[in-house]
Design a protein around this ligand. Structure first.
Ligand code: URA
Length: 430
């Protein structure tokens, strides 16, 4: 049956037809069980990338992938999902604020992929912290602390297997495949409320705003069909977000944010937009004021510390997480204003230093990364450092990549806005 199902699915999609739900379910179950060979699945994924899928097919894919593992029930909790970026530590900064406003938060997160960082790698920079929590353990922590972030683990194993194949076959950048993958994880989590932070720019899966807008609309339609209360923001990812790129460095920047220390204005803009949007979605009164109170009172910082403690992490280490050895600085080659800091190139530089993986399964150095000393719009003088590199390997290559990522202008450059669009919510399904 499975061999016939996948052949039939390939023919249907090759001809531009729509895949029936049962066929999608049979192929996904067959691939997860090892009965559908990689080459047939790869052919089907390429046909999907070229021919597309309608909402019904995409929903069937999401549901079939969610059904490939256990299902959790966190309908009472809020979550946020970023499509991935460089220096994106918004989860670590915004979710403790949401939790401190009384909204329970349960998030299943992933590891870095390509140039995009992952929240699980960042959390593992905190000594002792465990991200391997099952559903029952997550529920106990939500009830006690109001905030839990754990690794997706055995949830939606079909998504994990298909994602790895997409990564190897050039089929990642298909909007229905991205949306199906994201929704599979939300369905498996049993998420009740989700804010999608859809990135657009050089360091994102969707480089243009049009693609990000289309992906947002698709995520919102599918969420409504699944009964998930959702909203979306399209946020810029041409340059890394904030000053830190790398796991321990990003946790440090998030902790400093939660301590109310002066923050990078672009990071602040996105954390506020995401946090307030989650509070609006969950019906918190005067969400901007609630956000401000949770941050200024120290309650949000306390919530992160409580989460770290509950997951076995060293709370005292949060204030001074170890970073790797200083491996040199990259200086401005001449006077000017920073016009570009290419997120993709800086992401590759961070990987060269050991902050991310060249290949799946590579070890990550939690202390490696880059501190950006100048941001787009800043005026710099020749010879002043614009980036500081940390890591024990790849420093020369990283320095070349960072130097190539930097473009200076002879004219003043405006700081770019990060919130690019606020897509309208999809109408709720009756
Ligand atoms: N994030 C996901 O979870 N899946 C994708 O396919 C792309 C980004």
């Amino acid at each position: 049956m499975t061999g016939t199902a996948v052949r039939e699915a390939i023919e249907v999609k090759k001809a531009g037809g729509a895949l029936p739900d049962e066929l999608v379910a049979a192929v996904v179950a067959g691939y997860t069980a090892g009965a559908v060979p990689h080459e047939q699945m790869a052919a089907l994924l390429m046909a999907v990338l070229l021919r597309g899928m309608d909402d019904g097919e995409t929903l069937a894919l999401a549901r079939a992938m969610a059904d490939s593992g256990p299902r959790y029930a966190f309908a009472d909790c809020a979550d946020k999902h970023s499509t991935g970026g460089v220096g994106d530590k918004v989860t670590l900064a915004a979710l403790p604020i949401v939790a401190a406003c009384g909204v329970p938060v349960a998030k299943l997160a992933g590891r870095g992929l390509g140039v995009t960082g992952g929240t699980i790698d960042k959390l593992e920079a905190i000594p002792g912290l465990s991200v391997a929590l099952d559903g029952a353990r997550m529920r106990r922590q939500v009830d006690a602390v109001g905030l839990v972030i754990a690794e997706a683990g055995d949830l939606a194993p079909a998504d994990k297997a298909i994602y790895a194949l997409r990564d190897a076959t050039g089929t990642v950048d298909s909007l229905p495949l991205i949306a199906g993958s994201v929704l599979a994880k939300k369905a498996a989590t049993g998420a009740g409320t989700v804010l999608y932070d859809v990135k657009a720019g050089k360091g994102a899966l969707t480089t243009g705003v049009d693609g990000a807008r289309e992906l947002s609309a698709l995520l919102l339609r599918l969420s409504a069909a699944m009964g998930i209360r959702a909203a979306a923001l399209v946020t810029g990812m041409d340059a890394p977000l904030g000053r830190a790129v790398g796991n321990a460095l990003e946790v440090r920047e998030s902790v400093a944010y939660l301590r109310g220390e002066p923050a990078d204005p672009e990071l602040d803009e996105v954390v506020r937009a995401v946090g307030v949007a989650v509070l609006e979605l969950t019906g918190v009164d005067e969400p901007e004021k609630a956000f401000e109170r949770a941050l200024a009172s120290g309650a949000a910082h306390g919530r992160l510390a409580a989460m770290v403690r509950s997951q076995g992490g060293d709370e005292a280490a949060l204030d001074d997480l170890a970073v790797a050895a200083h491996a040199g600085d990259v200086a401005a080659p001449r006077d000017g204003w920073v016009a570009r800091l290419d997120a993709r190139a800086i992401g590759h530089a961070a990987i060269a230093l050991g902050a991310g993986r060249e290949h799946r399964g590579d070890a990550v150095d939690p202390g490696a990364g880059i501190e950006l000393l100048a941001r787009v719009g800043d005026e710099v003088a020749a010879g002043t450092p614009v980036a500081r590199l940390f890591g024990i390997r790849g420093a020369e290559r990283a320095a070349v990549l960072v130097a190539g990522a930097l473009a200076l202008s002879g004219e003043p450059v405006a700081r770019p806005a990060r919130i690019l669009e606020r897509p309208a919510p999809a109408p709720a399904r009756p």
